[in-house]
Design a protein around this ligand. Structure first.
Ligand SMILES: Nc1ncnc2c1ncn2[C@@H]1O[C@H](COP(=O)(O)OP(=O)(O)OP(=O)(O)O)[C@@H](O)[C@H]1O
Ligand SMILES: Cc1ncc(C[n+]2csc(CCO)c2C)c(N)n1
Length: 311
């Protein structure tokens, strides 16, 4: 087959393919209704306004990576409000979270786990902790039981990683919707690290349905094979704008897409060659199909003020 681009009308019905390897529902990513889900806050200002409080309510476990706890605290003006939004965990080397903020959350029973290792980021430490929380039988119990022990009996350098490494082979995993705030923008090395996390987690912790929300975009990894992305018709017209299919893991081939304004087939894509599908759009009424040879990053521009009505 030779490579082709097809320009579609602004709206079209996309027939679901007879079979596909993966399925994603955009509204479910944003409102998993607490079931097997987590919200992770990284260390940048929470810049999504009141939507934050709605999101908070939609996730089962909430966790702050180190200085992310400052940002949660600073989002509110009064302790009465802060006390209603207590995270389940704060984790990291704890060099960024302010002492008085740490005390505030400590006094209110938040589990605070120190991990001083300088060989992984607080973002990665958070992912390890969430894996242990969801899959390691006895982890939650151990934290409760060891409440008065130094660091809950967890080695304070890299105990979480050790526990994760030792036990993960035996885990019986199920999918976890994991929404991360503040992974993108700000420091460029951290932003790129967040991109590497999308790729590495898809290999080592494939149970995460990992997505990043910024003040402009929802960002996910489209895995190898065919992926059906579903969404509500109204959600599409009101909230979704541009999108990009970004080969950030290296040159690859987009085998085919259906439901984009510019659908492609057998399309080679490469940053080095300046060939990337940016400023594309979803035109499928309620779904879009993307089949890629290797995982690519998909950003979906969202009109945040409208999101309130759908999640
Ligand atoms: N300026 C920034 N821009 C983007 N992301 C950031 C920025 N600062 C922190 N992060 C994210 O928030 C997480 C927690 O950051 P924090 O500043 O508390 O820790 P740190 O010790 O400085 O960072 P690291 O994770 O590298 O140890 C980081 O792991 C990273 O994912
Ligand atoms: C090759 C290499 N580059 C950078 C770091 C530094 N580093 C990576 S993650 C991290 C944690 C920060 O809290 C730090 C300091 C390293 N260890 N190895």
């Amino acid at each position: 087959m030779s490579e082709a681009v097809l320009e579609n009308p602004d709206s079209m019905v996309v027939k679901k393919p007879a079979s596909y390897s993966h399925e994603l529902d955009l509204t479910e990513l944003l409102s998993p209704n607490k079931h097997d889900s987590a919200l992770l806050i990284l260390n940048q200002k929470i810049a999504i306004g009141k939507l934050f409080e709605k999101l908070w309510a939609n996730y089962q476990v909430r966790i702050c990576a180190d200085g992310g706890a400052n940002r949660l605290y600073e989002y509110f003006s009064h302790d009465v409000e802060r006390s209603k939004f207590l995270p389940d965990y704060i984790v990291g080397d704890l060099d960024s979270v302010r002492d008085e903020i740490l005390s505030f959350y400590l006094e209110r029973g938040v589990t605070i786990i120190g991990q001083t290792s300088q060989y992984s980021t607080d973002f990665t430490k958070s992912l390890r902790l969430l894996s242990l929380h969801f899959y390691h039988a006895g982890f939650q119990q151990m934290v409760k039981a060891n409440n008065f022990q130094e660091n809950y009996g967890i080695d304070n350098c890299d105990g979480l990683f050790q526990l994760y490494k030792m036990n993960r082979a035996s885990w019986n995993t199920r999918s976890i919707n994991l929404m991360v705030l503040n992974a993108i923008d700000g420091r460029f090395d951290q932003t790129i690290h967040s991109i590497t996390q999308l790729y590495t987690a898809s290999k080592t912790d494939a149970y995460y349905r990992l997505c990043y929300l910024t003040s402009t975009d929802l960002i996910i990894l489209v895995p190898t094979g065919g992926t059906l992305i579903r969404y509500d018709k109204q959600f599409k017209t009101q909230c979704i704008r541009n999108c990009g299919l970004l080969p950030l893991g290296g040159p690859t081939v987009i085998n085919s897409t259906r439901g984009l304004k510019w659908d492609v087939s057998d399309w080679h894509t490469s940053i080095m060659e300046g060939k990337v599908s940016s400023s594309n759009r979803f035109v499928g009424e309620d779904c879009c199909y993307i089949d890629v040879k290797d995982p690519v990053v998909l950003n979906i521009e969202l009109t945040l003020p409208k999101l309130h009505e759908f999640i």
